[in-house]
Ligand binder design. Structure first.
Ligand SMILES: [Zn+2]
Ligand SMILES: [Zn+2]
Length: 248
């Protein structure tokens, strides 16, 4: 006789097969809603993938921002005058129109399946870098905020990067210990103050002597990732590489 669990599993499989039939999610491009080609990657059609605003080769080696003039570099003016705690920040695409929509849908409209598209694109980018990374840490959300949203988008993205690269993910070793304001309208100084001391390493054994990949969806002024990097470095991390999908 079939066990209860087995029956549930069969029902689930049939339901999924039925849903695939009426919502053929595997063949629809997540960005434009058009049809995906057979060899399309990341659930994006060729056109949408090729039109992503990838960060050009000529970018700041420290913070990842595209550099305007060819004679500028290897670091931008801002990095020349600031002392970030992370070794380096890498981003994949510029925070522009379609990318903005993609991130907005993931964060605020519960389209969590987009984390796989973003995470897998990031994983492939990371492999090209050939960095020695011991552990992936997503930038933590304050616990009330995570409960409200139902998920931490950076954790979802980090999970897919971890699955695709084999680098372990850890979500318990670092926490955001207080709520921080939305930073959209804050000045640089206010942003720094807003996130100062907002992060706390809970389990130093995970952090100490490790090369850490700190994952977030977007790098704006860098104040959030820098505050988190500071806490990780002060807790004994060997290095912190910030890795975000988008760069504003
Ligand atoms: Zn498309
Ligand atoms: Zn820079």
């Amino acid at each position: 006789m079939l066990s209860h669990m087995k029956i549930l599993k069969i029902i689930e499989e049939y339901t999924n097969a039925f849903l695939d039939l009426i919502y053929p999610s595997k063949t629809i491009c997540y960005m434009c809603g058009g049809t995906q080609e057979k060899d399309a990657k990341y659930s994006l059609c060729h056109n949408c993938y090729n039109n992503l605003p990838f960060i050009p080769e000529h970018h700041c080696v420290k913070c990842g921002i595209p550099l305007r003039m060819i004679e500028e570099g290897p670091i931008c003016r801002q990095c020349a005058n600031s002392d970030y705690y992370f070794d380096r920040a890498i981003s994949v695409v510029k925070y522009e129109k379609d990318v903005k929509t993609l991130i907005y849908k993931l964060k605020y409209s519960n389209h969590t399946y987009l984390a796989k598209t973003i995470g897998c694109i990031m994983a492939d980018r990371l492999k090209q870098e050939g960095l020695g990374i011991d552990i992936i840490i997503p930038v933590p959300l304050y616990k009330n905020k995570e409960r409200e949203r139902g998920f931490n988008q950076s954790t979802l993205i980090g999970k897919h990067i971890s699955e695709k690269t084999g680098i372990p993910l850890n979500v318990d070793s670092c926490a955001r210990i207080r709520n921080t304001k939305v930073m959209y309208n804050l000045t640089k100084r206010e942003r720094l103050k807003n996130v100062e001391g907002a992060f706390k390493v809970i389990d130093q054994r995970i952090i100490a002597d490790r090369d850490i990949l700190l994952v977030d969806d977007i790098f704006t002024t860098g104040s959030t990732v820098n505050s988190c990097s500071k806490e990780l470095i002060n807790s004994g991390a060997k290095s912190v590489t910030v890795f975000t999908f988008a760069r504003d």
